[in-house]
Design a protein around this ligand. Structure first.
Ligand SMILES: [Zn+2]
Length: 116
C-alpha cells in the first residue's frame, strides 16, 4: 500500500497539524478524534499552510526526473543513496539548495537594479 504523508507546501516538511474536532468518549474517559478539516498549520513555518500528499514513490520519481535533467546531479544523488540517505532527504536537500540559489539570484538582481 502506498503511504501518503501530508507535506507543507512552503517548507516541504511533515510537521503539520490539522484542524479537528474531538469528541468525548464515555468508555475511555478521554477525548477522541472525531473529524479533521482541510485547514492546516505548519509547526516549522509557524503559520497557515496547505498540504500536498506525497508518497515515497513520488520522491523516487522526482529524483529520476532531476537525474535526467542534470547528470552531475545524478552523481551526487547516487553518492547520497550509497551513503544510505533516504530519497525524501535527498529531495529536501535539493529543494533547499534550489531555494538558496533563488534567493541569491534575487538579491543579485536587486543590487543590480538599485545601482543602475
Ligand atoms: Zn512548513
Amino acid at each position: 500500500m502506498t503511504k501518503l504523508r501530508p507535506t507543507c507546501r512552503w517548507c516541504k516538511g511533515h510537521n503539520v497539524l490539522a484542524d479537528a474536532y474531538a469528541q468525548w468518549d464515555e468508555d475511555r474517559g478521554d477525548w477522541t478524534l472525531s473529524s479533521t478539516f482541510d485547514n492546516y498549520e505548519c509547526v516549522d513555518c509557524e503559520g497557515e499552510t496547505s498540504v500536498e500528499w506525497v508518497s515515497e514513490e513520488d520522491y523516487a520519481k522526482i529524483i529520476e526526473e532531476l537525474t535526467a535533467l542534470d547528470p552531475a546531479l545524478g552523481l551526487l544523488i547516487a553518492r547520497d543513496r550509497k551513503l544510505g540517505v533516504s530519497d525524501e532527504e535527498i529531495v529536501e536537500r535539493i529543494r533547499e539548495a534550489v531555494d538558496d540559489e533563488t534567493r541569491r539570484r534575487a538579491s543579485l538582481d536587486k543590487e543590480r537594479t538599485t545601482h543602475v
